[in-house]
Design a protein. Structure first.
Length: 282
């Protein structure tokens, strides 16, 4: 698909994600993974990440300038989330997140081929302030996306343990849930993700507030993107303070994470979606 003169095979990474998911689904249910199989899957994910990353870089940082939109934003978020999953899965028992993260990446990687984005700035690609802000923002949202998926997985696990979900015995879902680490371990992993994600989000939000003129070429405007970004930051901050002061955990923590993440998506993805798809403006 052409984007301001740029032509790329926008569907390649989506096809590779789909093939990997089909391959994973072909395994007999309940069969434990060998180290060779895990290494093969990790190698395949790394290869697809490289393809996806090159496509994203070349379609966002173009010779004409910085091209962006809600589709590119979601695709970047999915790429960063999967990259963090890939790295952490070597050290932590989070293989049960694999399907969810890969499916999210499959959907999001296809969006830029359908929604080409718009030329935001012809000069931003050479501005180190902007590039630094953009990279940190993308990493923070991607990491918090992984935390949100982790929280959703915890919610499903908790409901299954309390028999609030009808799970067919010996089904793929049943085996998948059995392979999850204990809820206490899952919760610890969740907050480890949140601590790093919140630190990067803080850097993103406050660098944008303090250096708006240098980053975007205009003074700070309290539009809906800024407001939702601040709401999300306060929600994540409140969650971590509550965890520190009163030991917040369980369903309350999961709901808090998902609420804060929804505000974050409205700030960084929702604003571009409204402009491009609903209002059809750049």
């Amino acid at each position: 698909m052409d984007i301001l003169g740029y032509s790329g095979s926008g569907w390649l990474s989506s096809v590779l994600y789909l093939l990997l998911l089909v391959f994973l689904s072909s395994r007999p249910k309940g069969e434990s993974e060998s180290s060779a199989f895990t290494g093969l899957i990790q190698g395949a994910i790394l290869l697809i990440l490289l393809v996806h990353g090159i496509q994203l870089h070349d379609s966002v940082f173009t010779p004409e300038g910085f091209v962006f939109g809600f589709a590119q934003d979601l695709s970047l978020i999915a790429w960063v989330g999967l990259a963090f999953y890939w790295f952490q899965s070597w050290f932590l028992p989070i293989s049960s997140l694999r399907w969810l993260v890969l499916f999210f990446a499959l959907i999001c990687s296809a969006l830029p081929a359908l929604f080409s984005g718009t030329l935001i700035s012809p000069t931003a690609v050479s501005d180190p302030w902007f590039k630094g802000h953009f990279i940190v923002a993308t990493i923070s949202v991607g990491l918090l996306s992984l935390a949100a998926m982790h929280a959703m997985l915890m919610s499903v696990q908790d409901r299954a343990l309390h028999r609030q979900l009808a799970i067919i015995p010996n089904s793929r879902v049943a085996h998948w849930l059995e392979d999850l680490p204990p809820l206490m371990t899952m919760e610890s992993l969740l907050f480890n993700l949140l601590y790093v994600g919140f630190a990067l989000l803080s850097l993103t939000v406050f660098s944008g507030l303090l250096f708006s003129q240098a980053l975007f070429g205009k003074p700070l405007v309290f539009d809906h993107k800024t407001i939702f970004a601040l709401i999300s930051w306060f929600l994540f901050a409140g969650l971590l303070v509550a965890r520190w002061r009163v030991g917040l955990r369980g369903r309350a923590a999961v709901r808090w994470v998902l609420s804060a993440y929804t505000a974050l998506l409205l700030a960084y993805v929702g604003s571009r979606f409204v402009l491009e798809v609903i209002l059809q403006r750049v």
